[in-house]
Design a protein around this ligand. Structure first.
Ligand SMILES: Cc1cc2nc3c(=O)[nH]c(=O)nc-3n(C[C@H](O)[C@H](O)[C@H](O)COP(=O)(O)O)c2cc1C
Length: 397
């Protein structure tokens, strides 16, 4: 299939799968342990039905959404995805550029290959930075300062990685070796990796041409000059997660960062409320795409309770499992102000580089537009529980 022929996110997913060696694709795709959370994230959306209202003028449909005082062209943005450059060279900036062109937010990962300063150059109005706090508080503070100095509008603190999770696919197929040095691993330890690479020449040629595994760009300044990519990865691994981090640190980050502070990975109404009390501007309700705790509920399932707890005190956003424009509209009906997705744009980047990312964004945008027309919602502000079918039909009158 060519990129032009892709009509939905699943098509991009299949194209990405074909292009990458299994070990790399599995890192993107995988959850953890028994991977029950992955299905839960999808099913959470499938449990809801949109209730169409007819005889409404839908000749003009406006899917723009304003959050943090900024109007975006769509109610969605790109979640942070680490090591994206390993799957498609330069992917971080492709995501940034596509977000700028589409006027949606792009959250640069705390484990990105390119830097905060690169993101600010390519997408000054659209890039946010996601912080993985370091064990060394001076490093976290410096990353926050760099985000502020680069002029980015928002800092997103990810809190749902207090410890690493048990990602069994990665362990079984030797993902650590490609984050280290693929060729060395393939030749000396795992000949099967080499065979996989040979079966995916596009990816391996790109890998060799660019000198192997890309560095974790934001972490390089904290290492001696001339540090290798492998050393940046090792350093990051030693520093993250900051397992002693508590609410006290969040208060400190709040005091340090002068613009919008968002907490990502919030799943409990009590934690959401505490974020509001500390003065955070927003949260992303997220189970990290089912990559951290396999027994966690779907983020969509906890969304209504979180919204009830915080009301309009904060911007409430959501990710995990969004694959269709309709999924985004369902989340908005349940109280989200905005949605994000991680894998879909990464599939796009792998499948077709910058054009692939744009394609993923266009697919979501097109689907939202059509479904808004279908349900009789010319703008997003009319959405609410009345657009969701409930067994007790009288509540829909
Ligand atoms: C390959 C990959 C890498 C990720 N890296 C990060 C990361 O560096 N920081 C972070 O906060 N979340 C990370 N996430 C989680 C995403 O930000 C997001 O929460 C998740 O992908 C949403 O689920 P979805 O993929 O079903 O849309 C990653 C997810 C994937 C798939």
């Amino acid at each position: 299939m060519r990129l032009n022929d892709a009509i939905n996110i699943e098509d991009l997913h299949q194209m990405a799968k074909r292009r990458l060696p299994k070990v790399a694709f599995d890192f993107i795709e995988g959850g953890l342990e028994d991977e029950r959370g992955l299905a839960r994230n999808t099913e959470a959306f499938h449990k809801h039905f949109l209730l169409p209202r007819y005889l409404v003028d839908v000749s003009k449909r406006d899917q723009s959404q304003t959050i943090f005082g900024r109007k975006f062209n769509s109610p969605f943005g790109i979640s942070p995805t680490g090591s994206a450059g390993l799957f498609r060279r330069g992917a971080d900036m492709m995501l940034a550029e596509a977000a700028r062109e589409a006027n949606i937010p792009y959250i640069m990962s705390g484990a990105s290959n390119q830097t905060i300063e690169d993101a600010a150059r390519v997408a000054p109005q659209n890039a946010w930075y996601q912080l993985y706090a370091a064990k060394d508080a001076a490093v976290s503070d410096d990353l926050i300062k760099r985000t502020a100095d680069a002029g980015l509008d928002a800092l997103v603190l990810t809190v749902d990685v207090p410890v690493h999770s048990k990602r069994e696919r990665n362990t079984r197929n030797g993902y650590a070796s490609i984050r280290g040095n693929w060729l060395q691993a393939a030749l000396s330890l795992k000949p099967s990796l080499l065979a996989e690479a040979m079966a995916h020449p596009g990816w391996i040629i790109e890998y060799i041409k660019h000198g192997g595994t890309p560095p974790l760009g934001n972490w390089t300044p904290y290492l001696p000059d001339g540090a290798t990519p492998e050393e940046t990865i090792k350093f990051n691994r030693a520093q993250v997660p900051a397992d002693k981090q508590t609410w006290k640190e969040l208060e400190h980050y709040r005091a340090l960062f002068p613009r919008k502070l968002v907490v990502k990975g919030i799943m409990s109404p009590a934690d959401a409320l505490r974020c509001a009390e500390i003065g955070c501007d927003g949260i992303i309700v997220s189970n990290h795409g089912a990559r951290q705790l396999d027994q966690a509920p779907a983020s969509l399932d906890v969304l209504p309770a979180i919204k009830r707890a915080v009301g309009d005190r904060m911007t409430v956003m959501l990710d995990s499992g969004v694959r269709r424009g309709a999924d985004i509209l369902i989340a908005l009906c349940l109280g989200a102000d905005f949605c994000f997705f991680g894998r879909p744009t990464l599939y796009g980047a792998v499948a077709g580089g910058l054009d692939g990312v744009k394609k993923a964004i266009d697919i979501f945008r097109g689907e939202i537009d059509l479904v808004m027309g279908q349900i009789g919602a010319p703008s997003l502000d009319v959405l609410g529980p009345d657009f969701l079918w409930q067994e007790d039909w009288q509540r829909n009158q």
